[in-house]
Design a protein around this ligand. Structure first.
Ligand SMILES: [Zn+2]
Length: 216
């Protein structure tokens, strides 16, 4: 078997286009599959489709990115460049749908959670409250309309999930922690946060943020 055929075989195994070209999507899918089976991510070869300094993203992403800690923005820009490059290979766009959240807004979400709604943590326990987290959605133009796949039919949600997983497998190498790697009710595939070495903020983080508006 020649090398492109071998790559096509691997691509079939991990559910991506069998084009015989080992690009970023293929490596991301292999990393995601290995992570699922063995709980470890091999370092993938990185390719950045455009430099993060020159990229201008969609309006939603740019607006929400501006709500984050200025020290975290360069890492997010680099991450978004890679994420959009991966999503584009599936004919989709990857856009930020949530950024900084005030502590009052977090408390509202927590109340909804306590009443049986979507999972949320109390104010001061989400990195969104510290300006270093973002939630992302998968969008696709279908029949001339931009469709938010995450909130659409089960088939479209599955496609969004597949893209989150491939991007999530790259998160660590891009200085991010991926919410999809968390277990149980905390599992949150659209969520990415600046890598701090701990999934939740602690008392020192809360004190630092109140004192100087930044944990970085
Ligand atoms: Zn989030």
């Amino acid at each position: 078997m020649n090398v492109p055929d071998l790559i096509r075989l691997c691509q079939g195994e991990v559910g991506v286009d069998r084009d015989g070209i080992p690009g970023l999507v293929t490596w991301g899918a292999i990393a995601a599959a290995l992570q699922a089976r063995h709980g470890d991510i091999p370092p993938p070869p990185m390719a950045v489709p455009m430099t993060s300094a020159e990229a201008r993203f969609d309006e939603s992403t740019e607006t929400l990115l501006a709500t984050l800690d200025p020290k975290a923005i360069p890492a997010f820009r680099h991450f978004i460049c890679v994420a959009k490059g991966i999503a584009a290979q599936f004919g989709c766009d990857y856009r930020m749908v949530s950024g900084y959240r005030t502590w009052d807004e977090q408390d509202e979400l927590y109340k909804i959670c306590c009443n049986g709604g979507a999972h949320a943590v109390p104010a001061g326990w989400s990195w969104h409250n510290f300006k270093i987290s973002g939630d992302f959605g998968v969008f696709q133009i279908i029949a001339g309309k931009s469709i938010y796949l995450d909130g659409d039919t089960p088939q479209r949600q599955a496609q969004a999930q597949h893209i989150h997983e491939i991007i999530g497998a790259q998160a660590k190498s891009l200085g991010m922690e991926w919410g999809g790697s968390w277990t149980g009710r905390s599992c949150d595939p659209p969520h990415f946060q600046f890598f701090m070495g701990r999934s939740s903020p602690n008392d020192t983080d809360r004190a630092n943020f109140q004192r100087k508006g930044s944990v970085l």
